[in-house]
Design a protein around this ligand. Sequence first.
Ligand code: IPM
Ligand code: MG
Length: 355
Amino acid sequence: MKYNLAVIEGDGIGPEIVRAAIRVLEQVAPGKFNYQQVIAGGRSIDQHGVPLTDEALATCKNSDSVLLGAVGGPKWDTLPGHLRPERALLGIRKELGLFANIRPARLYPVLKDACPLRKETADKGFDMVIVRELTGGIYYGERGRKQDSDGNTIAFDTETYNQTEIDRIAKVAFELAGKRRRKVCSIDKANVLESSRLWRERVHVVAKDYPDIELIDMLVDNAAMQLVKNPAQFDVIVTSNMFGDILSDEASQLTGSIGLLPSASLSSGRCGMYEPIHGSAPDIAGKGIANPIATIVSVAMMLRYAFDMNDEADRIEQAIEKTLQKGCRTIDILDNDTQPLGTNAITDAIIAELA
Ligand code: IPM
Ligand code: MG
């Protein structure tokens, strides 16, 4: 049996890194997947005038999983909000019900020197998973512009969460913590925001079903500070869409580069979307120097979560580690005097480990 994979290469470095990841996928699971190319984001705007066509969405919905590179770029930056490439991403997340975004951030021991923190802190290492709520909050709330009576322009975005949305993401975090170090840190801004106060209340209600998991609450500003002060304290973080977006970029840089961090976006069903957390990096697009590791690890997450192919996922992760141990580096994680490898060369090195 073959699985159907919807592939959105997207914009910028998207095509380069997705093709690299598919080469790795074919190495560990040859012939197991049908690839259906889906045009979305900037390329779709150019071809169809909209970031996501109904047909593209339908292909994603009917697939067993979606693999995405990145969307967006300066070319489309001045378009009105509803026509921007990012809309494709937000649309797919919402329409596929991908409410749980899993973003693991761990420091590869071999990349300690690429970690920007103090040596004592980096030496301790860290291994956390950020569980980001992905289909609610301010990214989906009511927004718009209006004028007050003085003709002053007002712009607004609304942070809204309902109890069901909070309960289900909290559950994902507790379940995950049960398979890890049994600690959940829920991050909010409950000292100011009402939506955060409901968030905190509900997370504590859900926690009653998980008596063996330790739960702490942390305010988001403090969390931003704790991440750079002592990242080893975190096991599973659960937070809202916007806070998760911001904190996951921060956490990624602690691992050495945003080019290393994968993500899985999951629904209550089986079909999920797998993508690196970084963007389309238009400044380096087409140069063949982008780090494909985040996308390759995203493929490993897909094998694990969507297809129960744990051995294959383990093999990919081990191959990446071995490749790094041999000193292979793309330019974003260069910490030695060797020449940086390009996207294809580091992919070849990973495939050589797998062969
Ligand atoms: C991410 C990205 C997206 C987000 C953008 C491109 C809309 O930053 O996946 O973290 O904010 O969710
Ligand atoms: Mg982001």
